[in-house]
Design a protein around this ligand. Structure first.
Ligand code: FA5
Ligand code: MG
Length: 375
């Protein structure tokens, strides 16, 4: 079975069986609702804002460096822990590897947490420049800007032997500030800040000043010598890599107020992106009222907030808008937590009965599967 999974990890996305026909045996530990997302491929759906952004980025690089970058956007999201972490020097005890943060299909197979997971394999095949786009998966808290599935564009470029590292860095930063001006306009205010990624050194983040705030646009850097070594790249060859998240970028560019909207089947969402260009703007359709429910419990063991969010998401689906800690107190050495769950549909009014049913299912699941005692 593991051999089969590793085989799946090397295939194109289109070869991943759809959720409906995927036996639980292969889906492993990944919840059904998450698994279903692996066949959605929003970044390939014509006129979808994520697809528009993907093609804008690809055409920016094509205009700037004709014929250099090939975009791959059909890679399977199922990868090995070696591809996702080990080959990129992510330490074994790094929090991003923990099962509270990453969807494990099996002990050494995961849903990729970033597109950089594919870089080493492409370099091993002798590729010297690429653009990758795809869906990535992270267990996370629940709010308007976090969703367990989002999309990234990732890129790497290797230079001819003995190219100065300083030149490569200048090239990288020029390509990326050019991209930011292309997306945000030539009068955009940008700044570079130091970043940290295990697989690049030095590392940087590019930020853009947008509506009164500095927004993180992307992470990048010069590929770490040891990563290049694992990729069988000659010792006098260097290169850069960068990665950016499409949803947050699309949210500010197209004025989309909630990350769940990307998954909406509502025509009133899709119809607003008919031009397929960066000038599309979203006009929110009427906002429906929210329903709030609180859940309180004593903590008996190793409780992680992401586990609560996962239960809320699996039972409440996209009706769950926000899960946040409302209150915490300690009595006789015991810790009590109270979380508020906000439910809202993007498309219709909710009934109290339907939310009560979901709420009681969540309570039951929390009581039976988490190390807590409901109060
Ligand atoms: C990475 O994933 C690195 N692989 C990027 C990289 C590639 C660095 C190559 C250097 C070289 P990070 O975890 O910061 O980095 O995520 C990159 C982007 O994804 C962020 O800038 C952010 O825009 C977006 N992002 C991260 N978490 C979420 C989330 N939960 N929901 C939506 N977008 C997210
Ligand atoms: Mg970051």
């Amino acid at each position: 079975r593991l051999a089969g999974l590793r085989h799946l990890a090397t295939l194109a996305n289109s070869s991943v069986p759809a959720a409906e026909v995927m036996p639980a045996r292969i889906r492993g530990r990944v919840p059904e609702a998450i698994w279903r997302r692996t066949s959605a491929r929003l970044h390939k759906k014509p006129l979808h804002p994520l697809c528009t952004l993907r093609t804008e980025i690809a055409s920016y690089f094509e205009n700037r460096h004709p014929g250099v970058f090939n975009m791959h956007s059909d890679l399977s999201p199922i990868v090995t822990t070696k591809q996702c972490f080990d080959d990129l020097l992510v330490p074994v005890d790094h929090p991003s590897r923990a099962p509270t943060d990453t969807y494990y299909v099996d002990d050494d197979v995961v849903l990729r947490t970033h597109m950089t997971a594919h870089d080493v394999a492409f370099m091993q095949q002798g590729k010297t420049a690429l653009l990758l786009c795809g869906d990535v998966y992270r267990r996370d808290t629940v709010d308007r800007t976090h969703y367990p599935v989002f999309h990234q564009v990732d890129s790497m470029r290797l230079y001819p032997p003995a190219t100065e590292r300083a030149l490569i860095q200048r090239d990288l930063q020029a390509d990326l500030t050019g991209l930011a001006y292309h997306l945000f306009g030539s009068d955009a205010k940008l700044r570079w800040v130091d970043g940290y990624f295990p697989f690049t050194s030095p590392s940087f983040e590019l930020e853009v000043f947008w509506e009164g705030e500095w927004l993180e646009l992307l992470g990048c850097g010069l590929l770490h010598r040891e990563v290049l070594f694992k990729a069988n790249v000659a010792s006098d060859v260097n290169g850069w890599a960068f990665g950016l998240g499409l949803e947050r970028l699309a949210m500010v560019l197209f004025q989309i107020p909630d990350i769940r909207l990307f998954w909406s089947e509502d025509e009133r969402f899709a119809s607003q992106f008919s031009s397929g260009t960066l000038s599309d703007r979203f006009k929110p359709f009427s906002s429906f009222p929210s329903v709030e429910k609180d859940i309180s419990f004593w903590v008996n063991g190793n409780f992680h907030e992401n586990d609560l969010c996962e239960i809320a998401r699996s039972l409440g689906g996209d009706l769950v808008e926000n899960v946040s800690l409302l209150d915490r107190f300690q009595r006789d050495g015991n810790i009590s937590l109270c979380y508020r769950m906000v439910f809202r549909s993007m498309e219709r009014s909710l009934t109290h009965d339907e939310i009560n049913n979901i709420y009681y299912d969540i309570r039951e699941s929390v009581a039976t599967s988490l190390p807590v005692t409901l109060r």
